[in-house]
Write a protein that binds this ligand. Structure first.
Ligand SMILES: Cc1cc2nc3c(=O)[nH]c(=O)nc-3n(C[C@H](O)[C@H](O)[C@H](O)COP(=O)(O)OP(=O)(O)OC[C@H]3O[C@@H](n4cnc5c(N)ncnc54)[C@H](O)[C@@H]3O)c2cc1C
Length: 303
């Protein structure tokens, strides 16, 4: 296996690190050592790399910004393709009502929000507070204050089974916290085209400040991956967890937040097993009391 990893340098000329502590790149600050991690900058690097990994049977996993993943604490003897560092250029074109932005998928939602603000474009204010990448947001149809990424997407470009394909918005089959891409291990979101409307800069800044203020008040500051569970039809998952008196319950350094019941925070040195333990407690108690099973919003890997 080690020889295969060394050979990557022959076909991939971007940044590579070995024996990397992945907890540094997940917002939960949880995860073990990964054998190899690459930070591609260009689409062509990803295409060549994935073709090589498949031919050599090297296991791999894609991470955007790592803000929605519980990464297991065991070592991972595979390769991580981390897009949220260097895969983030964009092109912007003006039209009469607004602008069209074509962004690589590693671009942070925060950066897209900043560009939109500078150009007085509206539509991205609330999404810009989500700490993920565009690719990650597309996979799960990220949403804030009832504005979803799917409201802005014109098309998405993916690498699927070795072929580059364009999906129109309809083809993406966006729904509440999901899309046609979710769970497809043989697919990479490469880029997307978004439409933003002309707006008023002061109003845009104001909306961003309101959204920021809301997060400061309603969400814990300690490391987390945001909401752990999707909201069931019955009520928001956080309310059900709160009503069951589970806020503050902890295992090791993982704790059900006192501020928001659907957040599990890492107090300092939480392990993936600690989080899994709390997830099980929550699910069992919710099932027992409300006879429903909570679906995970977070993704798990190497667990
Ligand atoms: C404090 C906090 C607040 C949050 N608030 C919100 C919120 O308001 N609304 C909301 O919807 N979410 C929220 N989240 C969750 C998270 O930020 C979003 O789901 C975000 O869109 C995930 O993006 P990411 O790049 O970090 O994805 P990652 O965590 O890196 O990946 C998530 C999944 O997508 C896959 N993936 C990522 N990029 C690609 C790609 N280019 N191609 C193929 N697969 C890919 C990964 O393999 C993984 O399965 C919050 C998280 C935190 C920590």
């Amino acid at each position: 296996m080690a020889t295969n990893f060394l050979n990557i340098e022959k076909i991939y000329n971007g940044l590579i690190e070995y024996d990397y502590d992945i907890s540094e790149l997940t917002t939960w600050k949880i995860g073990g050592k990964v054998k190899c991690i690459v930070f591609p900058q260009y689409e062509s690097q990803i295409v060549v790399l994935i073709d090589y990994l498949k031919r050599m049977n090297i296991p791999y996993y894609i991470i955007g910004k790592g803000s929605n993943i519980l990464f297991g604490n065991n070592d991972y003897n595979g390769l991580i393709i981390y897009l949220g560092k260097k895969f983030d250029t964009y092109e912007i074109t003006k039209d009469i009502d607004g602008s069209i932005i074509n962004c690589l998928s590693g671009m942070s939602l925060m950066k897209i929000g900043k560009i939109a603000k500078e150009k007085s474009l509206t539509g991205f204010e609330y999404l810009s507070l989500i700490p993920g990448s565009l690719g990650g947001a597309i996979i799960t149809n990220a949403e804030a204050h009832k504005k979803a990424i799917s409201d802005l997407i014109i098309s998405v470009k993916v690498l699927e089974n070795g072929m580059i394909k364009d999906y129109t918005n309809e083809m993406c089959m966006f729904k509440y916290r999901t899309s046609i891409f979710e769970g497809n291990k043989d697919l990479v979101v490469l880029s997307a085209i978004l439409a933003l409307e002309n707006g008023n800069k002061e109003e845009i800044i104001n909306k961003m400040l309101i959204a920021k203020d809301y997060r400061i008040k309603k969400q814990p500051k300690k490391p987390s991956a945001g909401s752990v569970f999707k909201n069931p039809n019955l009520a928001p998952a956080g309310k059900l967890i709160d009503d069951l008196g589970l806020k503050g319950v902890y295992k090791g350094d993982a704790k059900i937040s006192n501020i928001h019941g659907n957040f599990i925070i890492n107090e300092d040195n939480a392990k993936s097993e600690d989080v899994l333990y709390l997830i099980k407690i929550i699910r069992d108690k919710v099932e027992e009391k409300y006879k429903i099973s909570l679906d995970l919003e977070i993704k798990m890997f190497n667990i």
